[in-house]
Design a protein around this ligand. Sequence first.
Ligand code: AMP
Ligand code: MG
Length: 438
Amino acid sequence: MKHSPNNPLLLSSSLHVDEARAAIRNLVRELLQEGGSTQDSNFIETVTLDQALNRILAQDLLSPIDVPAADNSAMDGYAFDGTCLNTNNSEITLSIAGTALAGKPYEGSISQAQCLKIMTGALMPKGCDTVIPQEFTSSSNNQSITFTRSQLKAGENRRLRGEDLQKDQPAIVAGRVLRPSDLGLAASLGIASLQVHRKLKVAILSSGDELRSLNQALDPGSIYDSNRYSLIGLLNRLNVEIIDCGIVRDDPNSLKEAFINAAAKADVLISSGGVSVGEADFTKQILQELGDVGFWKIAMRPGRPMAFGILKPIPDQSNPRKTLFFGLPGNPVAVMVTFYQFVRSALLQLGGATQTEPPLTQAISETAIRKKPGRTEFQRAILGRAADGKPTVRLTGSQGAGILRSMSQANCFVILGHDQGNIAAGDWVDIALFEGLL
Ligand code: AMP
Ligand code: MG
């Protein structure tokens, strides 16, 4: 990576959230261009449809057929030749010549004074281009129907061949994170397997002398390592392969060994803890030897300190590629916020996805919120609905960066922009729903 005096990777003064995001996006783009990623054709694999959910499509999926394959009825009703509507009579009566069912087409042909009973999805019989829905017709016997001419125009209630999708047109474009509807769409085209990017390998570790594993007793001053489990959950949402490197002590040799091990195996390493003032210095030293990492102070709350960059390939190891590195802060809420704001998009981008930004929406704040301009804030909140049906949002209690319960109770972030000041009750605010994301 080239360094220039204005390379934000080297900035240590306060960085705008958008600058941090742009620097991450650019570095990931460089990695993709170097080919050290899932973009390489060696990194494409074929999966059957039942295994394809949440995988990232690697090639445009071209439709092998027209959809629908032939003109068919959009309604239950009666099919006829629409030229019979060219008359001055206000009522039209047609005799019923037979029935066309979905999967059982009518083979014969009919005259202009005739119609066919037809079901939704049945092929349009020869000579018919229009369908009158059943409920617009009356019939005194089972041999003919009568309807008012003004109720429809010629050609209505018919689905045309290729109307949904034409042969050789992309049904799903490369870079899509595959959703249930995409699997259904592929199946409707008769496609049984898809080309997808291989899963990213993401290593995680927690650093801190105070951290204990879940099966250990808590001695005075120690706490359970919760960050690794939040990260496991967040990473599972993104469908990556997780390499759990456990807890690492605040000791230069242990940390160095852990970073080297992770870089030898993973596309991405995410650590938490050890990047705040006081601790950052010795982490910095190690990372300087192993790669090119910036220590950022981001103008955001929570989540101010964060390290980001690359670890160089380790000589004689199986992974010849650079490893993307995120050193997240230790506070449990800050871990989730920085993951949401920075890591998620980077993993999607590196994994081959084109749509990487999480969706935002807006709601009305139920209360006033204090906010200083000059930093982006991510407050935990619950989205609800007012009596008039408008979306409303209220904060979940104490907003400290270590209070994971505020995150667990919440169903969204209220995101207050860098330049925004205090919020009054009744103001609209940006929100990001957790569902599907966090
Ligand atoms: P640090 O960034 O290492 O100074 O950590 C900031 C705060 O987060 C401290 O109170 C740590 O005890 C806490 N912390 C760090 N890592 C974890 C972890 N894996 N699980 C829970 N809390 C953590
Ligand atoms: Mg620490």
